[in-house]
Write a protein that binds this ligand. Structure first.
Ligand SMILES: [Zn+2]
Ligand SMILES: [Zn+2]
Ligand SMILES: [Zn+2]
Ligand SMILES: [Zn+2]
Length: 335
């Protein structure tokens, strides 16, 4: 045990913990929007394409992190364009891109005279190879991803939820879709050293699926997914380091299995919560005085605002501070 604590104090371990922390925050943040748009496997595709980026870095002797960022972003934009066009054989085009990315990466790595073991640290993550500059790049890129995902949450949510509605509201759908694709590409690269390119999609998707079991509101799901992702990422790293005292265990698989364990625990809880909600419906109809108009309302009620919605005649009231409010034209009515 004291050996393990010594290990945690080593500089390479502290670098790895920092990288895992930021990866665990950024990957599920983007993943929330991908899951909402039913693009759960987009991160996986970008990860396959990014293998070629790593190989180009190894071949040219430049930083594989930066070449991976460039190739992943190009790949993500191509994926988004193919997806947007919605051709009948769009999925074949994507498959060609993914297999080409992976096979090309392995081939170029060989041409560069690098061993498969070197590439494997990028495919499944590696705690011992994270350098100081890797950690700094990881932290900066992850911070940008998290800031955009949280800061632009209302716009990104609207676009992901209902493209038609967002278009009518004057949002540039295409720009926001491309932004999410680029954010996904950046998170894939960020997660490359910790989780690895082939498993990164799991860290983008599994914490979100777990959070969805416990929450119905979008904001709570986003926050919970980031917390769960961080726990899985740092926890998985610490577990793999502990196990490495006896055998060499890559952190990526440990992180993914820990995230999956979280889902297995949350799933029955989600089933129970949903059945409980069903039992609470229908809401008792309480006849109240006539609608009272209020001018100032600090908050826009909507489907995902987190307040309980009560169907009431031709509209929905929202329970808010013990009152029931209903949006009505440009004002709110209180009941
Ligand atoms: Zn509300
Ligand atoms: Zn009402
Ligand atoms: Zn209200
Ligand atoms: Zn009114």
């Amino acid at each position: 045990m004291s050996d393990y604590l010594d290990l945690l104090g080593l500089p390479f371990m502290q670098r790895a913990i920092l990288a895992a922390l930021f990866t665990g925050l950024a990957a599920p943040a983007v993943g929330t929007y991908l899951v909402q748009r039913r693009l759960a496997l987009m991160g996986d595709g970008i990860g396959h394409v990014a293998v070629t980026g790593v190989a180009i870095g190894l071949l040219t002797g430049t930083s594989p992190t930066w070449t991976a960022v460039v190739v992943a972003v190009i790949g993500a934009v191509v994926i988004e364009v193919i997806r947007e066009r919605g051709h009948a054989n769009g999925d074949v085009a994507l498959a060609l891109l993914f297999y080409g990315g992976l096979a090309g990466g392995v081939l170029i790595t060989g041409l560069a005279g690098q061993s498969g073991a070197r590439l494997q640290t990028y495919l499944f993550g590696s705690i011992v190879t994270v350098s100081v500059s890797d950690v700094i790049v990881t932290m900066v890129l992850a911070a940008v991803v998290v800031l955009v995902c949280v800061g632009l949450a209302p716009q990104l949510f609207a676009v992901a939820q209902d493209q038609e509605f967002a278009r009518v509201a004057g949002l540039n759908i295409r720009a926001y879709n491309l932004l999410v694709a680029v954010l996904a590409a950046v998170s894939v690269t960020v997660a490359m050293r910790t989780v690895g390119l082939l498993l990164v999609s799991a860290l983008m998707v599994v914490p979100v699926a777990t959070a969805q079991q416990l929450s119905r509101s979008f904001r709570t799901t986003l926050t919970a997914a980031m917390v769960l992702g961080t726990i899985a990422s740092v926890g998985g790293l610490l577990l793999s380091a502990y196990a490495s005292g006896h055998a060499r265990v890559a952190p990526g698989p440990t992180i993914v299995l820990l995230a999956l364990a979280g889902f297995v625990v949350a799933w029955p809880l989600g089933v129970w919560l949903r059945s409980r909600r069903r039992l609470q419906r229908p809401f008792p109809v309480v006849e109240t005085a006539a609608h009272q108009e209020i001018d100032q309302h600090p908050h826009d009620h909507g489907e995902d605002c987190g307040h309980v919605g009560v169907p009431h005649g031709d509209h929905v009231d929202y329970v808010h501070d013990g009152h029931r409010h209903a949006p009505h034209g440009r004002h709110y009515d209180e009941h």
